[in-house]
Design a protein around this ligand. Structure first.
Ligand code: FAD
Length: 401
């Protein structure tokens, strides 16, 4: 029996699990520090109160049980990997030996040390905790206005630092929420302001100019206040200072300006890029250890022309599948194949039922794109939900499992 350990039960790790589940002669242990998979790609809907909390998480224990008998879930925090001894070391508990290892431990928000106060006074949204914190703050503010007319007169500001995909989606979705709430309750939510700060001259740097233009228009129409070419230099508990001397007062700050590999990944004794991601070869193995693969945001992923790929769920998923297929190739003593990762397009949610899909050759704007984005999300989520439901039935039928 070949034992495969996967560290990280999210987009990359779960796709690998799907390939390995049920394969003869393979046993898999999925390890995660959380007992759930948080659907980051739907985080904006959670924050804006459009979906309930439980629709953005999938329980990993049930999911593993649903994948079959050769899959086991271990709720533990990986601390190190003894690559020579082929063991994963945990913060607590016994080390776990492996024949093959997939590191899919993802990334965390990059709170730039050069921006004074950023780490202390802003929140990331890559974790369920950060997303819930923002949602809570947001709803408390609306509640105060409902309860107390004098609060409704105060201006409340949320500052979103970083205008990449996640920053833009969150700003648009929250502003749309304010607007909806204002219309339905006739309260002074016009005094709630969302500032979106971009260090570049535009939002969504690097995307097609038509997408940048349409997204900018959409945000402005919703009422988001845009600050472009604006570098945040310091943050305290109430004010973000910009390089040009401007100050933006805020009550809550979200930072989405970049990522770094998760601390566990950064601490591994292996080769890393500047973001702490693991350097991998074209088979997704880490140099020097043919049985160790890295995927998703934890890895320095490139396309076939050697261009670095942005950290997205879709590249995490593709790389998870490829790493698992290459493990099967090694087990079956076949030739591994070169991973051919590519960005197949983008879907951006821009508040309410408006979205943009960039399919490379063409673009779709508005409600149709929104339906497309929802279809993409559902086609990822529902197969996992059904597996978790089967797994839950198995666990409850056999409580000792
Ligand atoms: C608000 C937002 C919106 C986004 N929208 C999109 C989108 O529309 N489309 C898109 O393609 N991408 C989107 N992304 C990016 C996408 O979510 C990430 O690229 C994706 O989550 C990466 O998946 P991953 O499996 O590599 O890692 P992650 O999703 O980061 O998961 C890593 C897993 O490893 C676990 N882990 C970490 N450290 C340890 C440890 N020491 N021990 C055990 N377990 C550990 C974590 O608990 C986690 O479950 C969005 C991101 C955000 C924040």
């Amino acid at each position: 029996m070949h034992h495969v350990v996967i560290i990280g039960g999210s987009y990359g790790g779960l796709k690998a699990l799907g390939v390995l589940a049920g394969k003869k002669g393979i046993k898999v242990t999925l390890v995660d520090r959380h007992p759930y998979h948080f659907l980051q790609t739907e985080g904006y809907d959670l924050i804006a109160g459009k979906v309930p909390f439980d629709s953005t998480v999938i329980g990993l224990r049930s999911l593993c049980a649903g994948f079959g008998d050769n899959i086991e879930f271990l709720h533990a925090v990986a601390k190190d990997v003894d690559f020579k001894g082929k063991r994963v070391i945990f913060e607590e508990g016994e080390p776990l030996s492996y024949d093959y290892l997939i590191i899919a431990a993802g990334a965390v928000t990059r709170f730039f040390e050069s921006i004074e106060g950023l780490r202390n006074y802003s929140y990331g949204v890559k974790s369920l905790r950060g997303a819930l914190k923002l949602k809570e703050f947001f709803e408390q503010e609306l509640y105060k206005r409902l309860e107390n007319a004098s609060s409704a007169k105060e201006t409340y500001s949320i500052l979103v630092g970083g205008a990449g995909l996640s920053g833009v989606e969150i700003a648009a979705e929250m502003q749309d929420y304010f607007n909806r709430y204002y219309r339905s309750n006739s309260l002074a939510c016009g005094k709630l302001k969302i500032h979106l700060v971009s260090g570049s001259e535009t939002i969504l740097k690097g995307l097609h100019p038509k997408i940048v233009k349409a997204s900018t228009k959409r945000l402005l129409d919703l009422g988001v206040i845009l600050h472009t070419g604006a570098h945040i230099t310091s943050v305290d508990n109430k004010i973000a200072k910009l390089e040009n001397g401007e100050e933006i007062p805020f009550d809550f700050m979200v930072f989405t300006g970049g990522i770094v590999a998760s601390p566990f990944v950064q601490s591994l004794k292996a080769e890393h890029n500047k973001l702490g991601q693991l350097v991998v070869n074209s088979f997704l193995q880490i140099p020097g250890y043919e049985e160790v693969f890295a995927v998703g945001d934890a890895a320095d992923l490139k396309d076939s022309s050697g261009r670095r790929l942005p950290p997205t769920a879709q590249t995490a998923e593709q790389s998870g599948v490829d790493a698992a297929e290459n493990i099967l190739a090694l087990v079956e003593k076949r030739q591994m194949f070169v991973s051919n990762l590519k960005l197949r397009g983008l879907a951006i949610a821009l508040g309410g039922t408006y979205a943009i899909i960039d399919a490379g050759k063409f673009r779709i704007y508005g409600f149709l794109a929104y339906l497309g984005k929802k279809a993409i999300e559902k086609s990822y989520k529902w197969p996992l939900r059904l597996k978790a439901r089967d797994g839950f039935k198995r666990i409850t039928a056999c409580p000792k499992r």
